[in-house]
Ligand binder design. Structure first.
Ligand code: PLP
Length: 387
């Protein structure tokens, strides 16, 4: 079997060896409940506080402003629902058409419960119209919730400008920083952002641990009621994963804006564009995560490409999702104005800290071959599967 070339780091990342090592003691001897008063419990609690300090250093805020959750999705739900509780008369939410499903599904649910949602559009390169954002915020807007980095295209929304608009209009602001955290520098102190969501498994910590920044200047209502996390998030903490998240945050610091990843990404992208032909890069080429490229290859179906690339040991994502047997084009690419065919023909490659030049060299050879094969196979690009 071919070794895996993992180019799907926006989906999840492997656990860094140092992160794994940091977790082991808390899965073995350190099993105390952090709320217990005896030494075993106190040690677990202090390991959580150390992790909180490390995550807050990466976020550029104080430790007290970080609470641990089970995932990015929980953080997003907590932030938005907390903002709605601040002033129950405010029934309007501003978000965008290209958010992660965690935000979209929650807002769709809230729409069914009587809230009004403004879905801001994006332009052909996936960027937000800031004047439109400002115009959308009303007296009864409870919260603006927007991505920092798009998980499918890597396109960055200008969070500083967004925060300035939210401040001017005196509205609460939540930023979904799940993809950007640990990749780009962040300084939340004085940034004018009220809530920010993070997730451990995007920065080499395990799945099942997340973080939420809650500005000390904002009122907060918990989603899960209980006594832990200063009564802000009930539930006995996942100590080992929180410790791992803290270690991952510490390890991320020297890698922020890593030029090595950017140069590997660019070398893959420019090679594919110049050799494959009939392909186009989706999303703003400049305001983009350094690790992500999303490319439409004319004449193929991405689902078929995933199968053939998997045979070559290459893991990446499709710009479409298979739901109940039918392939749905990505809502992000559709919002950018791509046709169904172009959206269904797109692949996302997302590199990570452990991606090597040798792997990219192999991908530069294998991907054009797979695309050529698919184009030969059938007009739809769907390969004939062996029984
Ligand atoms: N927001 C963005 C932008 C994401 O990419 C993801 C995960 O892919 C999430 C939120 C949800 O995070 P989690 O998987 O930790 O629930």
């Amino acid at each position: 079997m071919n070794p895996v070339i993992y180019l799907d780091n926006n989906a999840t990342t492997q656990i860094a060896p140092e992160v794994f090592d940091s977790m082991v003691p808390w899965l073995k001897g350190g099993y105390g409940n952090p709320s217990s008063v005896y030494r075993l419990g106190r040690e677990a609690q202090s390991s959580i506080e150390e992790a909180r300090a490390r995550v807050s250093t990466l976020a550029g805020c104080t430790s007290e402003e970080i609470l641990f959750t089970s995932c990015g999705t929980e953080s997003i739900n907590t932030a938005i629902l907390s903002a709605l509780a601040v002033d129950p008369d405010k029934k309007h939410i501003v978000t965008s058409a290209v958010e992660h499903s965690a935000t979209i599904k929650l807002c769709e649910y809230l729409a069914r419960r009587g809230y009004e949602i403004t879905w801001l559009p994006v332009d052909a390169s996936g960027r937000l119209d800031l004047e439109r954002l400002e115009g959308a915020i009303r007296e009864d807007t409870a919260i603006v919730s927007l991505l920092w980095a798009n998980n499918e295209t890597g396109v960055l929304f200008p969070v500083n400008e967004i925060a300035a608009i939210a401040q001017k209009k005196k509205t609460l602001l939540h930023i979904d920083a799940v993809q950007a955290f640990g990749k780009l520098p962040l300084s939340l102190e004085g940034a004018g952002i009220h809530y920010v969501s993070f997730s451990g498994h995007k920065l080499y910590a395990p799945k099942g641990v997340g973080g939420l920044y809650v500005s000390r200047r904002v009122k907060f209502t918990p989603l899960l009621r209980g006594s832990q996390e200063n009564a802000r998030r009930g539930g006995t903490q996942n100590v080992a994963s929180i410790v791992g998240f803290g270690r991952a945050a510490e390890l991320a610091l020297p890698h922020l804006g890593d030029p090595a990843i950017l140069s590997l990404r660019d070398s893959l992208e420019s090679h594919l564009v110049s050799t494959v032909g009939g392909c186009s890069v989706n999303g703003d080429p400049v305001h983009r995560l350094p690790n992500t490229t999303n490319i439409s290859f004319d004449g193929i179906e991405s689902e078929g490409a995933l199968i053939l690339l998997d045979e070559q040991g290459i893991c990446c994502s499709a710009g479409s999702a298979c739901t109940s047997g039918s392939v749905n084009p990505s809502h992000v690419l559709k919002a950018m104005g791509l046709s169904n065919d172009k959206a269904r023909a797109s692949l996302r490659f997302s590199l990570g800290r452990f991606t090597t030049a040798e792997e990219i060299e192999k991908a530069r050879v294998a991907i054009p071959r797979v695309i050529a094969k698919l184009r030969d196979l059938s007009p739809s690009g769907i390969p004939v599967m062996a029984a």
